[in-house]
Design a protein around this ligand. Structure first.
Ligand code: AMP
Ligand code: MG
Length: 357
């Protein structure tokens, strides 16, 4: 079984071909990506109109390249998958329309993929993990703890009531004067910092629900920055930046572990022990977080799965794989499937305060 996957929900244009062999193993035949980071950097964040235009400009070539690198013709495909949301609607329309057009022209089944579902299923592509498992999805737009019970079966155990974790990293990075997206710079600066110098809050610690809140922590960092700037008569010193980043990252790690503990309790009550804890999304690239989670889950006797960085951030392979997961269950989607800006994995979950699924 071979499926082409197309991803255009944010600032990455991506196309990939993934194959499922008869033994059930998966193989990524190609995984092409073009990042628009440079185009948005000057604005300190993703500009939706620029993103949509950039997707239009490269999508055709990228699909061609993914097909050529995989060494397959359209006739060899079993399906064509495209992310249909959630995301920036202009970009979503570009990828979704491309996928539909290719499916129509080739007569292949079409699969409209939930981008979050693709993140949720990636650990099955990389590690062949069985359901059920606990997913920590931490990206620029989402911070959620999800019980993954099967294809199409997701239960949200917790979510952020304000900022996403990646967003908090980016905002803290901006305060330190780092470029966008700043998460990796915060991690690097934290390496040489003193995590105990600043007593920052650990929001939601000890609460019985598995939700996150990050804006208070971000504000506490901002207040420290302002205070230090006054003390220093203007600019922060390099060691201030390092200590702030280390203190922030440690507060984040403590919060994540506390929230996962609650989520595991909720998970256990509903569906027994999970087979693993899986981390996905851009923030999963953070080695300090992964290290802390590895020792925490090891104590519980649970494996921690963090797919490699290029499969944790937005990519086409995860869309193709989600397509395979649906296709092998006999599912496909109609041509009038509409793009969705918002598309929660768990439709039954209550919307949260700020409306981020
Ligand atoms: P995504 O939305 O999944 O593409 O993830 C992008 C987000 O991940 C951005 O907010 C980045 O700042 C964040 N990110 C990437 N690498 C790291 C890292 N090493 N540490 C913390 N955050 C990171
Ligand atoms: Mg993503």
């Amino acid at each position: 079984m071979r499926v082409l996957g197309i991803e255009t929900t944010c600032d990455e244009t991506a196309a990939a071909v993934v194959a499922l062999n008869p033994m059930g193993g998966a193989e990524i035949l190609s995984n092409e990506i073009m990042s628009q980071i440079a185009e948005h950097a000057a604005y300190g964040g993703v500009v939706p109109e620029l993103a949509a235009r950039a997707h239009v400009e490269v999508i055709d070539r990228l699909v061609e390249r993914a097909m050529a690198k995989a060494g397959v013709a359209f006739a060899d495909l079993d399906g064509i998958a495209a992310a249909a949301g959630p995301g920036l609607i202009g970009g979503v329309i570009v990828g979704l329309t491309t996928g539909k057009a290719l499916a129509l022209a080739t007569g292949k089944p079409f699969l409209a993929i939930n981008h979050l579902e693709a993140h949720a299923l990636t650990a099955r592509l990389t590690d062949g993990i069985e359901f059920p498992y606990l997913l920590l999805l931490v990206s620029g737009g989402h911070t959620q703890l999800i019980a993954v019970e099967g294809v199409g079966r997701y239960r949200r155990l917790g979510t952020t009531i304000d900022d996403a974790l990646g967003e908090a990293f980016d905002k803290v990075a901006k305060m330190m004067g780092f470029p966008y997206p700043g998460g990796p710079y915060v991690e690097k600066a934290a390496l040489t910092g003193d995590p105990k110098r600043f007593a920052l809050p650990r929001p939601m610690m000890g609460r019985p629900t598995a939700d996150f809140s990050l804006s208070g922590l971000k504000t506490a960092v901002r207040l420290q920055v302002e205070k230090l700037k006054i003390e220093r008569g203007g600019e922060l010193k390099a060691h201030d930046v390092a200590d702030l980043c280390a203190s922030f990252q440690t507060a984040v790690i403590d919060t994540i572990i506390d929230r996962i503990k609650v989520a595991l309790r909720l998970f256990y009550a509903e569906c027994g022990m999970p087979n693993a804890v899986v981390v996905a999304g851009g923030v999963a690239a953070n080695k300090a977080i992964a290290r802390a989670l590895t020792s925490f889950t090891a104590e519980l006797g649970l494996p921690l799965i963090v797919p490699p960085g290029h499969l944790c951030t937005d990519n086409g392979a995860m869309i193709a794989w989600a397509g395979i997961e649906k296709l092998r269950l006999g599912q496909s989607d109609p041509m009038d499937f509409a793009p969705r800006a918002r598309w929660p994995l768990d439709a039954a979950a209550e919307p949260v305060h700020h409306g981020k699924a």
